[in-house]
Design a protein around this ligand. Sequence first.
Ligand code: SAH
Length: 239
Amino acid sequence: MNAKVRLFVDQPLGAAQPVALTREQAHYLFGVMRLTVGARVALFNGHDGEWQADVAEAGKRGGVLVCREPSQPQSTPPDLWLLFAPIKKARTDFIVEKAVEMGVRRILPVQTAHTNSERIRQDRLQAHAVEAAEQCGGVFVPEVTELAKLDRVLTKWDTQRRIAFCDEALVGETGRLPHAPGAWAILIGPEGGFSDKERRRLRGMACASAISLGPRILRADTAAVAALTLWQSTLGDWA
Ligand code: SAH
């Protein structure tokens, strides 16, 4: 029988591999989920696929699981990054969660001219990404990077990676995603939209394509999900 509880662990997984639990993980499995010795848990670490493991030792402050059999091979989403300007906490959490569910390699919060939040808790957003993967049966957890200024990110940009620049100025106009395979990034602006300077800069980059997300202005969190859907269905792994 396969496990109902899934857990991300930062340790190698493989046949008969013992996995020591942290205090928080032990609390979750034995305190919250009430698992006991012999119970099944599904484990993944982002690179060894998913494994079914049994509880070998269960304590208040720790415990040991032992991997039994593989239950899902490792897979990696297409080479897509999501760049977005952080908004209010709950909406930022939503964007990270949905990006993990939709399948991206990397999540990059960027500070734009009209971004309100000057700080984010990168560790909290990363934990959020782990939780989303745990709950959706995913075996890959995208890295959430520290907040960086959009200007600096664009200055260092590897032009081999195309940018789908979601530009609200194109609302109701045509601005389609080019059918170009390879590495991509989606860029979503903040509630205040992009500044003219940012728009000019992005329009001037050969690797960037200005994209319209239809005839309505969407809020940033909706725009992120819409753009991810558009990309996955035309260039991604939905086919
Ligand atoms: N306050 C701005 C809207 C910002 S919407 C205004 O009224 O113009 C937040 C972000 O979502 C935008 O920066 C853009 O990246 C994306 N977005 C929302 N609707 C869009 C659309 N119809 N086309 C392209 N991008 C859109």
